[in-house]
Ligand binder design. Structure first.
Ligand SMILES: [Zn+2]
Length: 337
C-alpha cells in the first residue's frame, strides 16, 4: 500500500474500514457518518473509498470497489450522478445555505443508477448554522438509500443536533513505530522521527512537510531559538526573518516545541526521544514549567488573533520571540493579571 496508489486505504484505517464495510454487509450502515480526527490521517481519501465501496456492483465485498464496473468508472472519472462532494469554495470561508439547499434537493431525487446516493461534506465544522439546519432534515428523514459522510477535524464545532444524528467514526494516529516504518517506505533518507514529531504524529502531514522542505525551516527555527536563548542573536532581528514565513507556520512550530518542552518536564526520568525540542533547542531545558504554560496560553491567543488577522506580522513575531531572551520571564501582552 503506497502513497502512489490513490485508491487504497492507509494501514491505520484498516480497522475502521473493516468495521464500516462489515456494518454495510449486515445492512446496518447508518445514514450519517461523522469521520472525525486530526488532519493528516487521510479522512477525505477514506470517504471517497467508502463511497466507491457503496456504489460498486461487484458481488464480492472484499473486491469492492472493483475499479471495473460502470459505477467504479464513473466514480474514478468524477462523474457519478449519485455522488456529491461538498467543500468550502475557494473564495469563501464557510459552506453556505445555497450549497446545502442544492444538495438537499438533489438528495430528494431518485437515484440515477438505482443504488445509493452519497454525499461527502469536507470540513463539515465550517458549515454555517443555517446550512446545517437545512441538512438536518436529510439526516432526520433520509430519502431512499442514502449516505451522508461528514469529515471534521473539530467535531465539537458542529451543531449538536447534527452530531447526535451521525455515527461517530474516530480516526486515530497510528502507533509511532508503525508510522515511521510506513514513512520510510515513502523516502528512506528523510529525518522521519523529527518530522513525525512536528506533525503531531500524523503520517500524511509529516509526508507533506518533507515534500515542502520543512526540515530546513525546522533546522533554521531551532538554531535561531537556541541562539536567542543563549543570547547570541537579537530576537528582534530574528523576528524580521521569521515574519517572512506565513504566521501559521512559525506559530504552529512554536506551539509544538513548547508542548514538547512541557511534556519532557512531565516525563521526569522517562527517556524523551532525541527528536524532541528538549534535545534540539539549547538552553530550553532550564526554562521554568509555569512560564512555559503561561507562554503556551499566549501562543494559543496569538494563533487565534492571527486567524482573525488582528496584528501586524512583524509585531506579533517579535512579541512571541523576545520572551525567549529572558527565559520566558515576561509580562504577557494577552493576559490580564
Ligand atoms: Zn465496481
Amino acid at each position: 500500500m503506497t502513497n502512489k496508489d490513490n485508491n487504497s486505504i492507509y494501514f491505520w484505517q484498516e480497522s475502521v474500514w473493516a468495521q464500516l464495510t462489515g456494518a454495510w454487509e449486515q445492512q446496518r450502515m447508518p445514514h450519517g457518518l461523522l469521520l472525525a480526527g486530526p488532519a493528516g490521517l487521510g479522512k477525505p481519501r477514506f470517504a471517497r473509498r467508502l463511497a466507491g465501496f457503496v456504489m460498486c456492483r461487484d458481488d464480492g465485498p472484499a473486491h469492492r470497489p472493483c475499479g471495473q464496473c460502470k459505477n467504479c468508472s464513473m466514480m474514478a472519472a468524477g462523474s457519478h450522478p449519485d455522488f456529491r462532494w461538498l467543500s468550502v469554495p475557494e473564495d469563501r470561508k464557510t459552506i453556505g445555505i445555497d450549497q446545502a439547499r442544492e444538495v438537499v434537493n438533489w438528495m430528494r431525487l431518485t437515484s440515477f443508477m438505482a443504488g445509493y446516493k452519497v454525499v461527502v461534506i469536507d470540513d463539515a465544522d465550517l458549515v454555517t448554522r443555517e446550512a446545517a439546519n437545512s441538512l438536518l432534515k436529510t439526516l432526520e428523514e433520509p430519502a431512499g438509500a442514502s449516505l451522508l459522510m461528514l469529515i471534521s477535524k473539530r467535531p465539537h464545532g458542529l451543531l449538536a443536533t447534527i452530531r447526535s444524528r451521525c455515527q461517530l467514526v474516530r480516526f486515530n494516529r497510528p502507533d509511532n513505530k508503525a508510522a515511521l516504518r510506513w514513512l520510510k517506505t515513502q523516502d528512506r533518507s528523510a529525518d522521519w522521527p523529527r518530522l513525525l514529531f512536528l506533525a503531531g504524529g500524523t503520517p500524511l502531514r509529516a509526508l507533506a512537510m518533507q515534500q515542502d522542505g520543512f526540515a530546513d525551516t525546522d533546522l533554521r527555527f531551532s538554531e535561531d531559538l537556541s541562539a536567542i536563548i543563549g543570547g547570541s542573536k537579537d530576537p528582534v532581528a530574528v523576528s524580521i526573518e521569521w515574519a517572512k514565513e506565513p504566521q501559521s507556520v512559525w506559530l504552529e512550530w512554536l506551539q509544538t516545541v513548547v508542548l514538547g518542552l512541557i511534556r519532557a518536564r512531565a516525563a521526569g526520568s522517562v527517556k524523551i526521544e532525541e527528536c524532541e525540542p528538549v534535545h534540539l533547542i539549547q538552553g530550553a531545558v532550564n526554562i521554568n514549567l509555569g512560564r512555559l504554560y503561561r507562554y503556551l496560553d499566549d501562543l494559543v491567543a496569538a494563533r487565534q488573533r492571527s486567524e482573525r488577522g488582528a496584528l501586524r506580522a512583524d509585531l506579533m513575531t517579535a512579541a512571541m520571540l523576545i520572551p525567549w531572551a529572558c527565559g520566558l520571564k515576561y509580562r504577557s501582552i494577552y493576559q490580564e493579571d
